[in-house]
Design a protein around this ligand. Structure first.
Ligand SMILES: [Zn+2]
Length: 261
């Protein structure tokens, strides 16, 4: 990284009226923004004089106020909902695709990936099957990182240089494998803005939650108050380590289900 601090925003599928989401459980839906909310956020970015950049641009851009806009998973709404809004505001973004999901219901087809690429958006990689990488043996890790890179490069016909970790899970082996496979950056879901002291393989991102107010959004873009969320996050990480990823997910699903009832 170079220059001043920059927040990387992490989006997922967007919600369009009358369109079924890829998944319906509360743990998934809390990361899904209605298209109108997304548009209001882009409006805020523009009116506040920020630029909206892709990861590649964020790494080399000068000192102007800016945010980096990223999407995980490779849902079809990347092309049919997010891209038109981004283009309207003149923003760039990086779309991290789950290679093995492409062409399945609700996700981008190979043709749609090429369309997104042709529109000038940056295409990144979000693993092969969306497995939690810190749980995997070496050979599986190879497939999830290097295999997925090759698959997406075959679709777009050029190098894919940026990777993001499914579920934010990663360890040093993950980073070593990503570097070895030829990725130039790895983004995670650690709640911090990035600056010149951040390594290119440990770029933090802030998850955009469905119920985020515009005041909270503006604070995030300015990089304010992120430490509070970081403390919550570290507590959650501790629980994940203690319980293991699978048990943690079961417990979380149970708690979310109860709180939505
Ligand atoms: Zn994901």
């Amino acid at each position: 990284m170079s220059g001043s601090r920059i927040t990387f925003l992490m989006y997922h599928e967007l919600e369009l009226a009358g369109r079924k989401l890829c998944q319906s459980e509360p743990g998934y839906v809390r990361y899904i923004l209605p298209i109108e909310t997304f548009r209001r956020q882009m409006e805020w970015i523009q009116q506040s004089g920020f630029l909206g950049l892709s990861v590649g641009e964020a790494l080399r851009f000068p000192l102007k106020p800016r945010v980096c806009i990223t999407f995980d998973d490779g849902c079809e709404t990347d092309l049919i909902a997010a891209a038109p809004v981004l283009r309207e505001f003149g923003f760039h973004a990086t779309f991290y695709l789950t290679a093995g999901f492409l062409g399945t219901p609700g996700y981008l087809s190979d043709e749609q990936v090429r369309e997104l690429d042709a529109q000038g958006f940056e295409i990144g990689c979000h693993s092969m099957t969306h497995a939690y990488l810190s749980d995997l043996a070496e050979v599986e890790l190879q497939r999830e990182i290097a295999g997925a890179k090759i698959r997406i490069e075959q679709i777009v016909g050029h190098a894919v240089e940026h990777f993001s970790c499914p579920g934010g899970r990663y360890d040093q082996r993950t980073l070593a494998m990503a570097r070895h496979a030829g990725f130039k950056t790895v983004a995670n879901s650690e709640f911090h803005a990035n600056d010149s002291s951040t390594g290119n393989y440990e770029l933090g991102r802030v998850a955009m939650l469905r119920d985020l107010s515009i005041t909270e959004f503006s604070a995030i873009c300015h990089g304010r108050g992120l430490w509070k969320k970081r403390v919550q996050m570290q507590t959650r990480r501790g629980a994940q380590r203690l319980l293991g990823n699978r048990n943690y997910d079961r417990l979380r699903a149970l708690l979310l289900k109860e709180s939505s009832e």
